[in-house]
Design a protein around this ligand. Structure first.
Ligand code: GSH
Length: 203
């Protein structure tokens, strides 16, 4: 039985979605972040970074949500990575892109808008990072032109990992319907039973 530590409304959410996609048996252990359980000695043995998610599957213990998803797909549903070398590489490409290019500015703005007390908000941080997003979202929109999914016609980890970052954008006030291909892509993904289970877990 796989154990996934972390609450669905955090980075652990994308792993819970991947677990639903691959259909492996798992338990989800909630981590009491208010009481700093993620900084406890027991938890730090699982993830020395003191962050969620962590996954334990037999002898394998992993941190980093997207790495966990690659492991889950590779072991339990390899076709989720893609059906050939090129598609599997695209799953890596889009996951690295989402985590290293798109996520940093999105998270900077999210922290400022959602978590920062009014007297500590830094409008300059918001503006600088918001300016980066149209170019990045256009790259995604253009790449989806004429395709249902990032790898072509089949849903893959490229879509799952990227979606979990793009879907934060509306919380920053970004209207994703102006990116027509992104909008269609998100609608196609939202029909997936595993996605719907993941959405329910986040409520
Ligand atoms: N790159 C990591 C990020 C993990 C991360 O930042 N998790 C947050 C919750 S979304 C956390 O545990 N924060 C607690 C902390 O930083 O102390 C991943 O994708 O797994």
């Amino acid at each position: 039985m796989i154990t996934l530590y972390g609450n669905a409304r955090t980075s652990a959410g994308r792993c819970l979605w991947a677990l639903e996609e691959v259909g492996a048996a798992y338990e989800n252990k909630q981590v009491d972040m208010k009481n700093k359980e993620h900084k406890s000695p027991e938890f730090l043995k699982l993830n020395p970074n003191g962050k969620i998610p962590v996954m334990v599957d037999g002898d394998t213990t992993l941190f980093e949500s997207m790495a966990i998803n690659f492991y889950l797909a590779d072991k339990y549903k390899p076709e989720l990575l893609g059906s050939n070398h090129g598609e599997r590489a695209l799953s890596s490409q889009w996951s690295f892109w989402a985590s290293s290019e798109l996520q940093p500015p999105i998270i900077e703005v999210f922290i400022q808008k959602v978590f920062m007390p009014a007297d500590k908000k830094d409008q300059n941080v918001i503006d600088t990072n918001m300016e980066k997003l149209p170019t990045l979202l256009k790259v995604l929109d253009d790449s989806l032109n004429g395709k249902t999914y990032l790898n072509g016609s089949a849903f893959s980890l490229a879509d799952l990992n990227t979606y979990t970052v793009v879907s934060i954008a509306p919380h920053l006030g970004i209207d994703l319907t102006t990116y027509k291909n992104v909008d269609l892509w998100m609608k196609a993904i939202s029909d997936r039973p595993a996605y719907q289970k993941y959405s329910l877990l986040r409520k």
